[in-house]
Design a protein around this ligand. Structure first.
Ligand code: FAD
Ligand code: ZN
Length: 491
């Protein structure tokens, strides 16, 4: 499912207070107006263009819009690594900032330009290069949409398990650059667990190609992991070798109503014991989220809202008859022991999709719950119930009219919160400060899967020590000494 085009037409918040670059980046000289002309000379109009001043596609991601007046000096849409390298070499020599862009579905402003820069959009590098059935790998250019990768694996009777609500629009290179998580992390891991080989172009234009297919490779430092989750600040990812899995032969999906988070933990324990490795998703939706995802968006709720929590439970296996029996037994036993108060098991692919549409409804928030601030935090799974309670208490005490939606990948310890205040005025920095203080006190992460980008940069210290941030800066300085790659992001 792509993000509806209309979403991009909706106003997003401009964050004028967040756009200044750190002092280390202020040394750029004013950039000559001839950047575009010179780049055109080097790479030609096939690759380089002036962005259409009316199109804001390159100026905004899903949550953040570039401040007015930020100049995009040139838009580079390379067709291969050599062209990416040529752009970077050119910009590095002249100290021109470069912002790598994928599908622009990021939720933290990581790909949004904040100062005069050249944009490198990977949108034309979308080829599926190879599927190796024996190695169980798929080699792909970074600009391929996630959904295209999933479909290519599926057509080869294999599976690429990463799955996000933005699957139709986000790019596989963006997924690697953000170390995306999503709906099946508890079984298959995050993006960094799914990448075997990588090709990256460094800031100076050199190409680092490690496109191998082995699961094991302890020949020195694992450089690949350095770039995964680096949010475009250490290199531009151009090609990936991804790990594929056997396609499941069975899928069982249910929605379960539970009275409270203690019952959710009991169900998780029962699901882990009863489904073992087949357990592939365990998504929790608090009541207000479930209401919005169903009646709030004009859908008939598959389960009547109970004022309790709703869990989307999914198992994937290889034996259709046995697997569905085991799944049904788990649900029945959980109802008998009063862990689950009500449940419904999907009887068709259409119902599976309907259940997931409820969980994936944040893609529709711009139409019904906007503007909003979204949070993506993590604490140990057992602490999530208490975290929700504490956040609700402190936020409602301070802003009684605030509307809060809690949901998330509870089995990964990952909680999402979307906060909206009426009437559309958000004291957003105060809300953020408060939430991150609570998460910091609990020694949690201020970003579980969306990254830091621009939006969370001021709060990084809640989750990372001064020594850790200093080490990140040293890595950045070693790989990008002129600070041209995506400056002003992460730290
Ligand atoms: P962009 O937004 O274009 O860029 C993100 C960052 O990566 C930027 O810093 C950019 O500079 C950098 N970048 C992009 N491409 C490259 C490249 N080739 N080389 C180097 N750097 C690059 N995320 C999750 O983790 N889990 C979810 O469940 C999830 N659900 C979502 C649901 C919805 C409805 C939406 C809108 C977003 C969701 N996201 C989720 C967030 C987002 O989709 C992911 O972060 C995704 O991985 C971003 O990919 P992109 O191609 O859109 O990257
Ligand atoms: Zn998520």
């Amino acid at each position: 499912l792509g993000i509806p085009a209309a979403v991009y037409a909706l106003p997003t918040r401009i964050r004028p207070t967040r756009v200044s670059c750190g002092p280390q980046f202020r040394r750029w000289l004013p950039i000559s107006v001839s950047t575009l002309a010179q780049l055109l000379q080097v790479l030609g109009p096939e690759v380089i263009s002036a962005p259409d001043p009316d199109a804001d596609r390159y100026r905004r991601d899903f949550s953040v819009t570039a401040p007015a007046g930020v100049r995009i000096l040139a838009l580079a849409r390379p067709r291969n690594s050599a062209e990416v390298a040529a752009v970077l070499r050119f910009c590095n020599e002249r100290g021109v900032a470069v912002v790598p862009q994928g599908g622009m579905t990021g939720l933290v402003g990581g790909a949004v330009p904040i100062s005069a820069c050249v944009i490198i959009s990977l949108e034309r590098m979308r080829a599926i290069l190879e599927i190796d059935r024996v190695a169980g790998t798929l080699t792909v250019e970074a600009g391929a949409p996630l959904q295209a990768v999933q479909e290519a694996a599926d057509a080869a009777d294999l599976m690429f398990p990463l799955d996000l609500g933005s699957r139709g629009s986000c790019q596989i290179g963006g997924n690697a650059a953000t170390n995306a998580g999503g709906n099946r992390v508890l079984r298959y891991g995050m993006m960094r667990d799914l990448v075997l080989g990588i090709e990256v172009v460094l800031a100076d234009g050199s190409v680092l190609s490690s496109l191998h297919k082995m699961l094991k490779n302890n020949s020195g430092y694992d450089l690949r992991q350095l770039f995964i989750g680096s949010e475009g600040t250490l290199g531009v990812i151009t090609t990936l070798v991804l790990k594929l899995f056997p396609k499941p032969r069975s899928q069982s999906t249910a929605l379960c109503m539970l009275r409270d988070y203690a019952a959710v933990l009991q169900l998780l324990g029962a699901a882990r014991a009863g489904l073992a490795a087949n357990l592939s998703a365990f998504e929790v939706m608090w009541p207000a989220f479930y209401d919005l995802g169903t009646t709030g968006l004009g859908r008939k709720p598959p389960l009547a809202a109970s004022g309790g929590l709703c869990v989307l439970l999914e198992a994937q296996g290889v034996d259709a008859a046995q697997d569905s029996l085991r799944f049904e037994q788990l649900i029945a036993a959980s109802m008998e022991s009063a862990i689950v108060s009500d449940a419904v098991i999907a009887q068709s692919q259409r119902e599976v999709r309907e259940f997931w549409d409820i969980r994936d409804c944040p893609g529709e928030f711009p139409a019904v719950f906007w503007p909003q601030i979204s949070f993506d935090v993590s604490v140990p799974t057992g602490d999530i119930g208490a975290l929700v309670q504490e956040l609700r208490d402190v936020l409602l005490e301070r802003w009684p009219a605030i509307q809060l939606l809690f949901f998330g990948h509870a089995a990964d310890g990952n909680l999402h919160l979307s906060a909206r205040t009426a009437p559309d005025v958000l004291p957003e920095q105060e809300i953020e400060q408060l939430v991150y203080e609570v998460v910091g006190r609990r020694k949690g992460a201020i970003s579980a899967e969306h990254g830091i980008g621009l939006q969370k940069r001021p709060y990084l210290y809640h989750s990372r020590s001064a020594a850790e941030i200093a080490t990140m800066r040293r890595l950045k300085a070693a790989l990008d000494p002129r600070g041209v790659l995506n400056p002003g992001k992460i730290f």
